[in-house]
Design a protein around this ligand. Structure first.
Ligand SMILES: Nc1ncnc2c1ncn2[C@@H]1O[C@H](COP(=O)(O)OP(=O)(O)OP(=O)(O)O)[C@@H](O)[C@H]1O
Ligand SMILES: [Mg+2]
Length: 254
């Protein structure tokens, strides 16, 4: 498996330790979820990775095939990453199309190239019929699709999701889950995905990272975590919270 991102001993202190010596790899095309209670450092980790927050110590390496690039001090736009937040963060006064086009505005690309890229993404994200609407004319699920489309124009290798579904109803969540998995395949991206929803993490992920109080407690496949929770915390907070449906799927895996 090819490594995409190598996070090494990342620590960050506010009044308390938000991240303590966080070390993990993210692999090529991997879907990695982060589970953990409120305040355990999940959002801080994503903000540090994309570079909108500085960390105090540690290193982040990005891999492009065999080429290792130290992005510890790079500008956010040079980190090969995009981020999608819970609240969509679309520009309310711009149409869907202009929202999606926005990241390309400063890139000095020829106009016909920009139009080609945006039209292609509108098509692949199923947004053509909504392209001239404003965000307030769209449902929450559609707005989130626009937010995802907007990150795709910059051709990220990694997309970070910070609880992208927590404002959506159950049936929209199911549709958007499928959408995110399809986009991941189509664009061959790696994903780090924060969620509060154990079921969602188990259904979507290649691996799950369990955090508590700024530290990684366990990282493994859903099956590994289910079968061998490393301590009582993981057992109580994750495994015992899973519903019957997820359990029976996991039980069937040897
Ligand atoms: N800008 C900030 N200034 C001071 N403290 C902060 C700041 N951002 C986060 N913290 C603190 O760092 C810790 C981790 O916060 P973080 O937002 O990363 O948690 P989280 O796991 O994303 O929680 P939630 O699930 O509620 O979103 C918390 O104790 C929080 O109070
Ligand atoms: Mg958070």
């Amino acid at each position: 498996m090819l490594i995409r991102l190598n996070v090494l001993n990342v620590s960050k202190k506010y009044q308390t330790d938000a991240l303590k010596d966080v070390t993990f790899n993210l692999y090529d095309n991997e879907f990695l979820s982060i589970l953990g209670p409120s305040g355990c450092g999940k959002s801080t980790l994503l903000r540090c990775l994309i570079g909108i927050e500085r960390f105090d110590s540690g290193k982040v390496l990005f891999f492009d095939m065999d080429k290792e690039i130290d992005i510890t001090n790079s500008r956010p736009r040079d980190r090969h990453m995009g981020i999608v937040m819970q609240n969509y963060a679309l520009f309310p006064n711009m149409t869907v199309k202009n929202n999606i086009m926005f990241p390309l505005k400063n890139k000095k690309l020829p106009k016909d190239k920009i139009i080609k890229i945006v039209d292609d993404i509108l098509e692949k994200t199923n947004l053509i019929e909504h392209q001239n609407k404003y965000p307030n004319e769209l449902s929450g699920g559609q707005q989130q699709r626009v937010a995802i489309a907007r990150t795709l124009v910059s051709h990220p290798d990694i997309i970070l999701f910070d609880e992208p579904m927590s404002a959506l109803d159950a049936s929209t969540k199911i549709i958007l889950r499928k959408f995110i998995k399809e986009i991941q395949k189509l664009y061959k991206i790696s994903i780090i995905y924060i969620t509060h929803d154990q079921e969602e993490a188990f259904a979507m992920s290649d691996r799950i990272m369990v955090m508590n109080q700024g530290e990684i407690i366990q990282i493994g496949t859903p099956n590994e975590i289910y079968k061998n929770p490393i301590n009582d915390y993981v057992r109580n907070f994750i495994v015992n919270e899973l519903n019957e449906k997820v359990r029976s799927i996991l039980e069937s895996i040897k």
